[in-house]
Design a protein around this ligand. Sequence first.
Ligand SMILES: *Cc1c(COP(=O)(O)O)cnc(C)c1O
Length: 368
Amino acid sequence: MAENIPYFDLPAQIRGIRGEIDAALARTVDHCSFCLGPDVAQFETDFARYIGAAHCVGFNSGTSALHVAMRLLGLGPGDEVITTPFTFVATSWAVSYCGAKPVYVDIDDATFNLNPKLMEHAITPRTKAVLPVHLYGHPFDAKAVLEVCRKHRLPLVEDAAQAHGARYHGQVVGAFGEMSCFSFYPGKNLGACGEGGALVTHNAAFDRRARALREHGSTVRYHHDEVGYNYRMEGFQGAVLGVKLKHLAKWTAERRRVAHRYHELLADTPLQLPREAPGAESAYHIYAVRHPRRDDLKKHLEAHGVGSALHYPLPLHLQKCYAALGHKPGDFPVAEKAAREVLSLPIYPELTEAQILRVAAAVKNFFK
Ligand SMILES: *Cc1c(COP(=O)(O)O)cnc(C)c1O
């Protein structure tokens, strides 16, 4: 039997760039800048340029970047942030860490992103920010979201943790709001060899304060202006990310190639396939198909040596950790239905035509 196709194949990615990574890591060892340092500084400059923003601040995770973004907006107890229930939980952590409350708005059925048409109902005098996610690498409708933000004078923070290189009307996502946050977790489209994250902004004051907050709230050593964190990016991760950033455009194109092949090959199945909204160019971090029998399909694929995954099986408003918010099933029906129906197929730049054909054949076989 042919070799299994894993949901994600990190070893294949590393094999392709092993020499470059080894050399970059060796340089970091030579100059011994293990916490922040020149590799991180260089990556920050390069990534800010890539996004088209003035500043990028490196963090030790996407979650810490999101936390600091919420701190920069002065979030505290009693404050509310409009966000999506259909995402990885860390989007909401950022709000909770500040003692504030995530206020959920249901998603759009076609893109799985926060539905801008439903935002205004959720805004109260306590609303302090809007935090949507470019989920699966598909940009949210930034124009519609910004319109509501401007009308109500609310800052927009983009959770771009899954969307490195995605485009919205030609512009790379991550520079539409006051700030955007990225994750460089190894499985992300741009991943470190360990943990990593970034806060990107046009605002020089946010940049300065984010740099202080990630280093124990200090700009002058052993002088602490406010309670801060140890959220520094490691030198090794800056070095690895600098290497990988050079490959990102090519990798994004390869992910799009895989998505387009799935589109063609799966068009005549009962699956609902991901579609790009007008003006959207997805970075296809995740290729999520939909079907009411997705649990059976997942088992079937497993039996045929094809990996798949669930993003996400339980919306945030129904998570135990958020029981205190008082939500019940039925509160966000579109998100709940998506959580029951989505199944993520393997998608990565290294996926070969033969592997794509095998995945498609296994899917089609299920519906025979
Ligand atoms: C991965 C992810 C995060 C958190 O990033 P970490 O680097 O794992 O802390 C936040 N939001 C979304 C949408 C993510 O996918």
